[in-house]
Write a protein that binds this ligand. Sequence first.
Ligand SMILES: [Fe+2]
Length: 250
Amino acid sequence: MIMNPISRRAFHQKSIASLLTWSLLDTLFSRDAFAKEIKPIAAQWLAKLNAMSLDLKGKKLDPVEWQKQVEQLLSTVDLPEMLQFIDFEKLSQQAKPKERGELSLQAKLPQVEGLPTELVFGHQVFALNKDRSVVPHGHDNMATAFLILKGDFHGRHYDRLEDEKDFMIIKPTIDREFSPGDYSTVTDIKDNVHWFKSKSDGAFIFNIHVLSVKPGRTGRVYIDPAGEKISGDRLRCRKINHTEAETLYG
Ligand SMILES: [Fe+2]
């Protein structure tokens, strides 16, 4: 077939256009298929976490049992899927970690079938640079969980055994390295105090927290874990304010 120059150009343009359309369709289709596959999985465990936390608040689930079940659930999380679910790439690019302490970022959870729109727990992503800490603190009337998303941490937990007006008596329970995919939990009963120091720049933790497990005051209580050693591996630690905690450990 002999084409004049104009129709040849038109033919090429048409071919390129169809190629572009097909490759665009292909990209869109596989992205969509990927998202459809991923979202329900991450949504599923967050929905389970929500159900457990509702049971905790409704006293149908004992706090230590909540910890056990949440840790069991966190052990099943596929981290790459989770990162995709919270659009971690975009979130982490915007993060400028603070001079001291942790920067709190809000991950937007996609609206997905099976995931309640009203969650009983709050969630945030902490961003930290090397040698910066989620400073040592206990919790009043709270249940929380940490899931390491990126970077390595030195993580410590303590049981909160007793409270005096200005002191807290604690006992170490966990003292180890935490890497991506590792997790830990907190309730009033077990491992109530925690302290996470980042070992790398650009380190991130996913945090969920159930406030006011029972009616009444809820929140953090900062302490200085460099307390007086007393019998039975216990430490008597000063309660401090947030500013001092950040100065000493942030
Ligand atoms: Fe905490």
